[in-house]
Design a protein around this ligand. Sequence first.
Ligand code: PRP
Ligand code: URA
Length: 208
Amino acid sequence: MEPIVLENSLIKHKLAVIRNKKTGTKEFREIIGEIATLLCYEAMKDAKLSKVKIETPICEMEAEMLDENQYAFVPILRAGTGMLDGLINVIPNAKIGHIGLYRNEETLKPVKYYYKMPKDIQNREVIVLDPMLATGGSAVDAITMLKEDGVKHIKFLSIISAPEGIRKLAEVHPDVQLYTACIDKSLNDVGYIVPGLGDAGDRIFGTK
Ligand code: PRP
Ligand code: URA
């Protein structure tokens, strides 16, 4: 599946701010949340709606509403949690699962350390969150775990994606739609996205 890339001047502006190494933790975290909200709007573009009768101050009408209870958001720890508020702000009744993965610095392979889902996860549409899609190893493993748990409908939201990660995700999980704010040039020899924004987890949580 081809990635859906948000083409928008305001997003380009926001990306320039978070890419800048001089931008501090507070502003970095706020913008990650803002872009996550915009990615969520795009991912919900064709979401299923049900008709409901409501009364406006002027008249009765048949409106359309989402069933918020059919969604679950799953951030990949740590950095994915930086995107979570941006989604909960607009779909507050979604349930939340967590997948803990970190990349081994030498092999760049993801290592699992936590997995906890809502008990009815297999009945929900799942939106996985991680700001960085680099080699794609973390995204692929997280989605594999969800599928092993019976999840059938999965979307993946990232802020910055590398061509290597996009290729790997499409190869292993061709049914998963990727929404991203931009596609960068490449990976460097230690697996960081170029030009990227550095280590997203460290910048969100101020750990370096
Ligand atoms: C980062 C990022 C992704 C992963 C992407 O996490 O948040 O989860 O790397 O790389 P990949 O596509 O090559 O797998 P990291 O392992 O640094 O953990 P952290 O979020 O705890 O900092
Ligand atoms: N993880 C990050 O946080 N940044 C990268 O550039 C690649 C993986």
